[in-house]
Write a protein that binds this ligand. Structure first.
Ligand code: G3H
Length: 489
C-alpha cells in the first residue's frame, strides 16, 4: 500500500514510508480482472493542498526562483534525466494502466511509449525554440531579442482514460517552459504515479513538481481559491473546469489550457467505401470502450446505405472479443467507473422508449462492470444518447437524406472538436470540407477521429477546448512572449 500520508513535494518524498511492491505481487497472483484492492492513496485535503501550493510558489518565487531563471540547457538536462529514469519503469506503469483503468495491453504499452516520445519531441521542439530566439529582429532602428518565458504556477489535472499520457501532455511542456507545477493524478490511474515519484524527485529541483492526492474538489478548490495559480490546465469535464476557474479570485490573470467534452460525428456518404468506413467506425466508436474524448459518438449514415451499413456494423461489434486487458486480441474490457454500466443502460432504455432498437445481438448485456456495446437505430435528436456525451460503449446511428441535416446538428452542438467524413467523390467532398473546418478543428477524411500524431494541433471549438495542445503548441500555451529591446545589436 501507499502510505496514508505519502506525497511528493519535488525534491522530497514527504512522509514517504510506503512502497508499492505488494501491488505487483497482487497483480501477479490474480489471474482474472475483477475488482481487486491493489493499494490505497492518501485522502489528502486542504492542509496538504496548501502545502504543495506553497512549495510550488516558493520554487517559482515570482519568476526569480532557480527553475524559472535556469539556463535552457540545464532545464533540458533535468527533463532528459527524468525521461531516462521513467523508461526504466515501463513494465510497472503498463501493468498499472491495465489494472487501474482496464486498458488493453497494446494500448497500455502505446500510452507509455507515446508519452516517452512526447517528452523527447518536446525537448527537441524546445531546443529549436531556443535556437530561434537567439536571432535578433530589427524594426525602426530597434533590435529585439524575442523569447518565451514562463507564466508561473500551473495546476494540472488529467483524465482517467489517459492518466499517464494526458496528464504528462500538460505537465511536461509546463515544466520545460520554466513554470512550477502541482498535479493531481486522475481518480482512476493514480497508483501508476507511484513508480515515477522517485524519478521526479531525482530529476527536478525542490518544489518544481508537486503531487497531491485526494478528491478533486477537496484539494483543487483551496489551491484555486488562493489566487496563486497562474494556469489551470485540465483535461476532463467542463463542470470541473468551470467550477475551478470561477473560484479563482483573479480570473483575468488566469490562463486556461483545457481539453473538454466532444460529440464527434461520423458522416457516411452514399458513395463511401463501406469496408473502410465500417473498420474506421468500429475503431472510432469502441477503442478503449468508447472512453475517449476523440471517440466517434454519433454515426450519421445516408439512408441509401444505412441498412447494409447497420447489418455489417452490428455483426462486427458482436465479434469483438471481451476479456482481461492482458489477453491477446481483447478489444473490450471492464470499465473502471463502477456507475458507468448503469448510466449506459439509462441511455439505452431512454432510446428504446422513444422508438430505437438495439440492432446487435449482444448489445446491452451486462457482466459485472461491463455493458456490451449496444448499437441503437434509428436514433433521433430527442434521445439522451444523441444529446449527452456517452463516453462509453453505446453507439447511436442516425439516418440522413440531405447533408445539411448533420451539418446543422454540428452547427447547433455545444461541441466542436472533430468530424470523420466517408466518401469517394472529391468534387462533393471539397466544398463540404470547407464548411466542416468552420464547425470543428479537425476533419478526418475516410478515417476515424483521433488526437495523434502528437505534433498536430489538438484543440476544439465551443465547449470542447481552450488553448491548443501538441508538442509544438503546448510550449506556447504554457508560456508568454517576452523580448529585450535595444538600439544596439
Ligand atoms: O480522451 C481524449 C484523448 O485525447 C483521446 O486521444 O485520440 O489518441 O485516443 P486519442
Amino acid at each position: 500500500l501507499l502510505h496514508q500520508d505519502t506525497y511528493l513535494v519535488s525534491g522530497e518524498l514527504k512522509k514517504w514510508k510506503g512502497e508499492t511492491s505488494n501491488i505487483y505481487s497482487t497483480i501477479s497472483s490474480t489471474k482474472e480482472y475483477k475488482p481487486t484492492l491493489l493499494g490505497s492513496i492518501p485522502n489528502q485535503g486542504r492542509e496538504e493542498a496548501l502545502e504543495v501550493l506553497e512549495s510550488a510558489c516558493s520554487a517559482y518565487d515570482k519568476g526569480q526562483g532557480l527553475w524559472p531563471t535556469m539556463k535552457v540547457s540545464d532545464r533540458i538536462k533535468c527533463m532528459e534525466t527524468f525521461v531516462e529514469l521513467m523508461k526504466t519503469k515501463r513494465e510497472e506503469v503498463v501493468k498499472l494502466l491495465m489494472w487501474e483503468i482496464g486498458k488493453n495491453l497494446p494500448d497500455s504499452e502505446k500510452e507509455f511509449d507515446r508519452t516517452v516520445d512526447y517528452i523527447y519531441d518536446t525537448i527537441e521542439d524546445y531546443k529549436q525554440m531556443d535556437r530561434d530566439s537567439a536571432k535578433f529582429r530589427k524594426s525602426d532602428g530597434i533590435y529585439a531579442h524575442i523569447r518565451r518565458g514562463p507564466l508561473g504556477v500551473v495546476l494540472c489535472l488529467g483524465p482517467y482514460n489517459y492518466p499517464l499520457n494526458e496528464t504528462f501532455c500538460l505537465l511536461i511542456p509546463a515544466l520545460i517552459m520554466g513554470n512550477t507545477a502541482i498535479f493531481k493524478p486522475a481518480k482512476h490511474g493514480v497508483l501508476l504515479i507511484a513508480p515515477l515519484m522517485e524519478a521526479f524527485q531525482k530529476s527536478f529541483p525542490k518544489g518544481v513538481v508537486n503531487i497531491i492526492f485526494g478528491r478533486g474538489r477537496a484539494v483543487a478548490s483551496p489551491i484555486m481559491e488562493s489566487g496563486k495559480v497562474d494556469v489551470l490546465a485540465l483535461i476532463g469535464n467542463s463542470t470541473s473546469a468551470n467550477a475551478l476557474q470561477t473560484i479563482h479570485p483573479k480570473k483575468n490573470r488566469l490562463r486556461l489550457v483545457l481539453g473538454l467534452e466532444a460529440k464527434n460525428p461520423a458522416i457516411v456518404l452514399p458513395d463511401a467505401d463501406l469496408d473502410l468506413a465500417i473498420d474506421e467506425c468500429i475503431a472510432g466508436t469502441l477503442s478503449f470502450n468508447g472512453q475517449r474524448c476523440t471517440a466517434l459518438k454519433v454515426l450519421y449514415v445516408h439512408k441509401d446505405i444505412v441498412d447494409e451499413f447497420n447489418n455489417r456494423f452490428a455483426k462486427r461489434v458482436d465479434a469483438l472479443k471481451f476479456g482481461n486487458p492482458w489477453e491477446p486480441g481483447v478489444k473490450l474490457t471492464p470499465l473502471p467507473e463502477k456507475d458507468k454500466p448503469a448510466y449506459i443502460k439509462e441511455l439505452i432504455d431512454d432510446a428504446l422508449e422513444q422508438g430505437a432498437k438495439i440492432i446487435n445481438d449482444k448489445g446491452g448485456e451486462i457482466t459485472d462492470n461491463y455493458i456490451y456495446p449496444a448499437v441503437l437505430y434509428p436514433v433521433n435528436k430527442n434521445m439522451r444518447v444523441f444529446k449527452e456525451e456517452q463516453f462509453g460503449p453505446v453507439i447511436p446511428v442516425l439516418p440522413f437524406t440531405k447533408i445539411e441535416e448533420p451539418l446543422d446538428d454540428m452547427a447547433e452542438s455545444n461541441y466542436g472538436q472533430q468530424v470523420s467524413i466517408f466518401g469517394k467523390d472529391v468534387k462533393r467532398l471539397a466544398p463540404l470540407i470547407d464548411t466542416l473546418v468552420n464547425l470543428v478543428c479537425r476533419v478526418n477524411l475516410n478515417s476515424s477521429c483521433q488526437r495523434g500524431p502528437d505534433v498536430y494541433p489538438f484543440t476544439g471549438r465551443k465547449d470542447s477546448a481552450f488553448s491548443t495542445l501538441s508538442v509544438h503548441d503546448a510550449l506556447r500555451s504554457f508560456s508568454i512572449r517576452t523580448f529585450v529591446a535595444s538600439k544596439d545589436n
